[in-house]
Ligand binder design. Structure first.
Ligand code: TXA
Ligand code: MG
Length: 346
């Protein structure tokens, strides 16, 4: 199959929509990372998502929704997406606040599912993950196809794509269309929030742009960070090894931790912020490739460039990549450290 990259204003856009409606899959930009989208209510399309991604069936998908009607719990129930009766009353106001403040945007909510959602989407769980993306191109697609299951558009366990080109290198030849919406603005996947299993507030299942404290402040509910439970993986984005480049990856905090006296091509370095002059000169002299994720020192830029940086570094043909962990307490700083940790786990 030939894969074509097109823009939203392309005359081919109509054909991309027809393909989605016919159960085919397309690469779609969102503000976080690119998704591999298919009709969430078409079990054949959903099965194809798992096949194309080589994703294990126990790993459920996020359903993406349009933003042209304001969504609240009642509306989600009317759309046959959630089972409102199963949402504890004490949590409903907090959940509504989250939807109102964070949708459209990089927040996924895991809620009790409606029976109509195909089992394959939820991996047989009794919950469904829902998100309203902010990206205008995603919204344009969602106006025609109002419920799209879309995991990140990478092969399972690999680095999430943040450009149309990266989707092509992951899934080229496996899908007919990729919609090009430019480089993703946020760069790391959405924060995933579910109901705490003991009913006492919420649980942060995956770190993202929205951090624990911010979610607590917005919802007015207690939010706990989920511990990985070996017997029951609630969000396989939580799997220890994920987002991995092929080259071995080591992490560091301070420049002094970098190994000295390397031969050319032995290591390559991803810095969050610009290195000191002496180190820069040393790396140039010894021909070690390096890249600065955030020349402006902003955590937003680190996140935005993280996955592109890991992809670039993977092509350096060095023996080892060293990546710097960013400092900071924001949701994004936490999310970047989380992705780096998983990328470095083998
Ligand atoms: O930003 C994002 O969320 C991107 C863009 C494309 O929207 N999507 C994304 O999808 O990251 P994916 O499939 O790569 O990661 C979704 C995560 C998985 O770790 C999955 O286990 C978790 O969401 N998930 C989905 N449904 C769930 C559920 N019912 N309960 C718990 N976790 C769930
Ligand atoms: Mg993913």
């Amino acid at each position: 199959m030939q894969t074509e990259i097109i823009a939203v204003d392309s005359p081919q856009f109509e054909r991309l929509i027809q393909a989605l409606k016919a159960g085919e899959l397309v690469g779609m930009p969102t503000e976080t990372v690119y998704g591999l989208a298919g009709d969430a209510f078409n079990p054949r399309a959903v099965a194809q998502i798992f096949a194309v991604k080589e994703r294990p069936k126990f790993d459920p998908l996020i359903v993406h929704l349009p933003d042209h009607v304001p969504l609240d719990l009642r509306r989600l129930e009317a759309l046959e997406l959630i089972d409102l009766k199963a949402v504890p009353k004490a949590l409903q106001t907090g959940l509504k606040r989250l939807m109102k403040s964070c949708w459209p945007g990089p927040l996924t909510l895991v809620l009790p599912r409606h029976a109509r959602i195909p089992d394959l989407v939820t991996a047989g769980l009794n919950t469904v993950a829902l998100r309203v993306p902010h990206h205008p191109a995603a919204q344009q697609v969602l106006q025609h196809c109002p419920a799209l299951a879309a995991p990140s558009a990478n092969r399972f366990g690999r680095i999430s794509p943040t450009t149309a080109q990266a989707v092509l290198s992951e899934l080229g030849g496996r899908i007919p269309w990729i919609l090009d919406g430019g480089a993703c603005e946020i760069g790391v996947e959405s924060s995933i929030v579910g109901l705490h299993p003991e009913g006492c507030g919420l649980e942060l299942l995956r770190a993202g742009r929205y951090g624990l404290e911010e979610l607590q402040e917005i919802s007015g509910l207690a939010v706990q960070r989920a511990q990985q439970h070996p017997a029951e993986i609630r969000a396989p984005g939580m799997l220890k090894s994920h987002y991995a480049p092929d080259t071995s990856l080591r992490l560091f905090d301070a420049e002094e931790e970098l190994p000295a006296g390397q031969k050319p091509g032995q290591i390559g370095v991803l810095f969050c912020t610009p290195p000191g002059t002496a180190l820069r000169q040393e790396l140039e002299r010894t021909q070690q490739p390096f890249w600065v994720l955030a020349p402006d020192r902003q955590i937003e830029s680190v996140a935005q460039n993280l996955f592109a940086g890991l992809r670039t570094a993977d092509n350096w043909a060095v023996e080892q990549i060293w990546a710097q962990r960013p400092e900071g307490k924001t949701g994004l700083a936490h999310a970047v450290r989380d992705r780096l940790q998983r990328a470095a786990s083998t």
